[in-house]
Design a binder for this molecule. Structure first.
Ligand SMILES: Nc1ncnc2c1ncn2[C@@H]1O[C@H](COP(=O)(O)OP(=O)(O)OP(=O)(O)O)[C@@H](O)[C@H]1O
Ligand SMILES: [Mg+2]
Length: 214
């Protein structure tokens, strides 16, 4: 299975991909992270935090759809940190061709949501439907992140996005220093919002059920 973290520009993709990969690993999934971004921030995070407990592979390539699927072991989950969709449309679309799920990362702010609508992100996702084996767009879920505690905007934008046809996770990722400074320390996802997201994804049938082995 491949999960792609996308956003038009900076949207919390690297943070989400890194934390989600740890959350899945801690739940017993066999995880492999992919960096489909020239910035190499996921790789830098891997190095600076002392090494992730799963591999991180560089794949900033418009041939992602050909290169990556054959490298995944059966049952393995590939978590992909994509670059800006505005600037690297070809790479993002290559990832979306083979992704089983796309997670659209955004803060609940006018600026971030405008970017999604102006690209437009929906068209970018829909455009590759005919290049996918099932002829349908990549199932996509919006993950609100950098949310402020109790802010009305989170609920308002959640409703707005749902009204505009997006699937939106109930789980939102709060703005905290732990996430802002994640590059510096080893990650423990247990008890975090990303662990909660894993539970929601399992409940919604977006992740395979596995026997917990650790
Ligand atoms: N939940 C959060 N709380 C606080 N800060 C956050 C959170 N998520 C991300 N950040 C911070 O926001 C900034 C952007 O996040 P990140 O680098 O993950 O975005 P990105 O989409 O990968 O950006 P780019 O497209 O430029 O690679 C970083 O400084 C990161 O530490
Ligand atoms: Mg990034």
């Amino acid at each position: 299975m491949i999960i792609a973290h996308i956003s038009p520009r900076t949207g919390g993709k690297t943070t989400s991909a890194g934390w989600q990969a740890h959350a899945l690993h801690e739940r017993g999934y066999n995880v492999q992270a992919f960096e489909a971004d020239y910035s190499r921030q996921l790789t830098e995070w891997d190095t600076r935090s002392g090494g992730f407990p799963f591999p991180v592979q560089q794949q900033a390539s418009p041939m992602f759809h050909k290169n990556v699927p054959p490298t995944l072991a059966p049952g393995q989950i590939g978590v992909v940190d994509c670059g800006h969709a505005e600037d690297h449309r070809n790479i993002v679309q290559s990832v979306l061709r083979v992704a089983d799920l796309a997670i659209l990362n955004t803060a609940p702010t006018t600026a971030d949501i405008d970017r999604i609508e102006r690209l437009p992100m929906r068209a970018l996702i829909d455009d590759i439907a005919t290049l996918r084996p099932d002829d349908t767009p990549t199932p996509t879920w919006v993950l609100l992140n950098r949310t402020a505690n109790g802010a009305k905007a989170t609920k308002q934008y959640k409703d707005y996005l749902r009204d505009n046809g997006w699937n939106v996770f109930t789980t939102a990722i709060p703005s905290t220093q732990v996430y802002a400074q994640s590059m510096l320390l080893p990650v423990t996802a247990h008890g975090s919002a990303y662990d909660e997201l894993t539970t929601e994804m399992l409940t919604r049938g977006l992740l395979p059920q596995i026997e917990v082995t650790r």
